[in-house]
Design a protein around this ligand. Structure first.
Ligand code: PGA
Length: 648
């Protein structure tokens, strides 16, 4: 996965604006007193909140806390977090009694510049975790701008973490930026040797991580419960140790891959075993190949500690995720402490993935001797795994107009099987692409396409939608359904729809508004016929189409919209417009947008060219100043051709 820099809070004009900030104030609370036992996550968000306050924004904070199941519940109130934040900021933090209800709306509306409002726990609404578009729309309506600074939940596609970016101009906060910079750099250009230390109970949680690290690390150290599955794969007896028997073949495969790639895979050579899973169990040290029946490995042994420590001490980059043993029991924390100590004593850039290893480093007292402790457990793991994080992916790019290649499959490739096959073939070919990529699939293939593209850099587009949300429109597709399913884009006003299905500038405009209202990103098509070109009407015609499509669309929605210039005479004819012809009209369209709005939004809007774009012509077209990619029909049906276009 290639990291694309996202806008930072400083890239937004926040003064006097209401800014909704997703923070991760999911802090641990003392079960008896309800007090916050660790405020690291609140402190982590302070730089962003302070920046907004100092720059006269009206700050609306939204977070979840715990896992409330059935609506509002006092035990999950954000109150302790709001109180703690107020102390840390040394200024009042108002708490709304609801999330999108009357109180939140009134308090958000009453905010003055520099004031801070905290909404109630966003998970009091079950729509949050479903990323429900109407819920996200209501939440978005409280504010003008959106900042995401919740790294700990960035791997979740929820309404407040991902959905909001579909409705508001957006940016990342300082915490997300810092997490990405440090971890991104360690993964993409690590100082070597690069040693990854993985632990924790299950291999199954870490398969993707190991596979991705096999391409990057010089050595992978495996400790914790997952080591016993590897031991079993070697044919050793593991006694009563935790072992995933259905993952033994996979462990064999991973060992073979490591060998083939020349990556050192270090497993424990001895273990501390116990006769029960308990803090005071009897224990002894045994060699890793002969754990007797009734005994279970709960920690790594002294020889292993020496070997692991030696390797860690020579490292220049260390990533650690998952403890080496059951460190919650003092007796079995020796291995984990030794790993933490070796990391602390090394002069490597050291990154501790959140969750258990972060807790271990802190409990064992090494927190200030490592480079970075991530505030995200699951999020950091998925990041290391190379997955696209939905909470970051949807934010606006730092540099606008990144190349955007969208395939339009039209009425081809519509069965789930065909779609899955095509996408699976495409995925590895475009993994390293820096462009935005979408596949515009027939409605019947949308669920399959969504499944096949989950957590990748490929997004799904629908080829049309209706302008009503529901009603007696036989055969039509509601934009709400598409948004609820997780579709990102919708192609509107394609010339084929204008020609065969009576699409007009007016219906296109209504559809654009309906799509934006539910957080779907429109790709608006325009373009002239051969007769119009030959009789010199191209510019007037295209101008009319753009003016029609954008009528009544507010400026702050333009960051959601793509324009596709598709001369009808070039579509499906093999007659591609020359680079100059395409550039001339795309530049003209940008000028029309500048006239309707202003130069800044015109400069930032993505304009694609479409019409017989192929693997051979994409490069020339996409390198024109005003062409930011392509809407691709025929060539998008072949993974090989389309991947070349995505990489152009
Ligand atoms: P084509 O189609 O690339 O097959 O010409 C383009 C389009 O209609 O979007």
């Amino acid at each position: 996965m290639v990291m694309v820099p996202k806008k930072n809070v400083e890239d937004l004009a926040v003064s006097g604006k209401k800014v909704i900030v997703r923070v991760d104030f999911n802090v641990p609370l003392d079960k008896k007193t309800g007090e916050i036992t660790d405020d690291k996550r609140i402190k982590g968000a302070l730089p962003t909140i302070k920046y907004l306050v100092e720059n006269n924004a009206k700050v609306i904070l939204v977070s979840h806390l715990g896992r409330p199941k059935n609506g509002p519940e006092a035990a999950f109130s954000m109150k302790p977090a709001a109180v703690r934040l107020s102390e840390l900021l040394d200024r009042p933090v108002v708490l709304a009694s609801d999330v999108i209800g009357e109180d939140a709306v009134a308090k958000a509306a009453a905010l003055k510049d520099g004031e801070v409002l905290m909404l109630e726990n966003v998970r009091f609404h079950k729509e949050e975790t479903k990323n429900d578009p109407s819920f996200a729309a209501k939440l978005a309506s409280l504010a003008d701008l959106y900042v995401n600074d919740a790294f700990g939940t960035a791997h979740r596609a929820h309404a407040s973490t991902a959905g909001l970016a579909n409705f508001l101009p957006s940016a990342s906060g300082y915490l997300i930026q810092k997490e990405l910079e440090i971890m991104g750099k360690a993964l993409s250009e690590p100082a070597r040797p690069f040693v990854a230390i993985l632990g924790g109970a299950k291999v199954s949680d870490k398969i993707g991580v190991i596979e991705n690290l096999l391409d990057k690390a010089d050595a992978i150290i495996i400790g914790g419960g997952m080591a016993y599955t590897f031991d079993a794969a070697k044919g050793y007896s593991v006694g009563a140790s935790i072992c995933e028997t259905d993952k033994i073949d996979l462990a064999k495969e991973l060992m073979a891959k490591a060998e083939a790639k020349g990556v050192k895979l270090l497993l424990p050579v001895d273990n501390v075993v116990a006769n029960a899973f308990a803090a005071d169990a009897d224990s002894k040290v045994v060699s890793c190949d002969c754990i007797e029946d009734g005994w279970m490995g709960l920690d790594i042994g002294p020889k292993t500690i020496d070997i692991f420590s030696e390797t860690i001490k020579t490292a220049k980059t260390v990533i650690w995720n998952g403890p080496a043993g059951v460190f919650e029991f003092e007796k079995f924390a020796v291995g984990t402490r030794a790993v933490a100590k070796a990391i602390a004593e090394s002069d490597a850039i050291s990154i501790i993935g959140g969750g258990d290893s972060a807790a271990a480093v802190e409990i064992l007292g090494f927190a200030d001797q490592v480079t970075h402790i991530s505030t995200g457990g699951g999020a950091s793991l998925e990041f290391i795994e190379g997955k696209v994080l939905p909470g970051i992916d949807g934010l606006e790019d730092k540099v606008p107009c990144r190349t955007f290649a969208a395939g339009n499959w039209k009425m081809n490739c519509g069965t789930p099987d065909e779609a899955t096959k095509l996408i699976e073939a495409l995925k590895p070919l475009v993994k390293e692409a820096t462009s935005k990529i979408a596949v515009g699939v027939p409605f019947t293939a949308i669920p399959a396409a969504l499944e096949a593209t989950a957590y990748t850099n490929i997004k799904v587009a629908a080829q049309n939608c209706h302008f009503n949300d529901k009603g007696a429109f036989t055969g039509e597709i509601s934009p709400v359904w598409l948004a609820k399913m997780g579709v990102t884009y919708v192609i509107l006003g394609h010339s084929e729809r204008r020609e065969y299905f009576a699409e007009t500038d007016e219906t296109v405009n209504k559809k654009v508004k309906a799509a934006l209202a539910v957080g779907l990103k429109p790709i608006i098509c325009c373009g002239e016929s051969l007769e119009q070109r030959e009789s010199g009407q191209t510019f007037d015609w295209v101008k009319g189409q753009i003016e029609g499509a954008f009528a009544g669309i507010p400026e702050n929605k333009l960051c959601q919209i793509t324009i596709a210039y598709e001369p009808i005479w070039a579509i499906g004819t093999g007659k591609v417009a020359s680079d100059e012809q395409a550039e001339e009209v795309c530049a003209f369209i940008r000028g029309v947008i500048a006239g309707l709005y202003n130069q800044a939004v015109a400069d930032a809007i993505t304009i694609q060219y479409g019409g017989s774009v192929g693997a051979g012509t994409a490069q020339g077209l996409f390198s024109q100043a005003n062409i930011n990619g392509g809407l691709v029909g025929g060539a998008s049906l072949k993974a090989d051709d389309f991947s070349k276009i995505c990489l152009a």
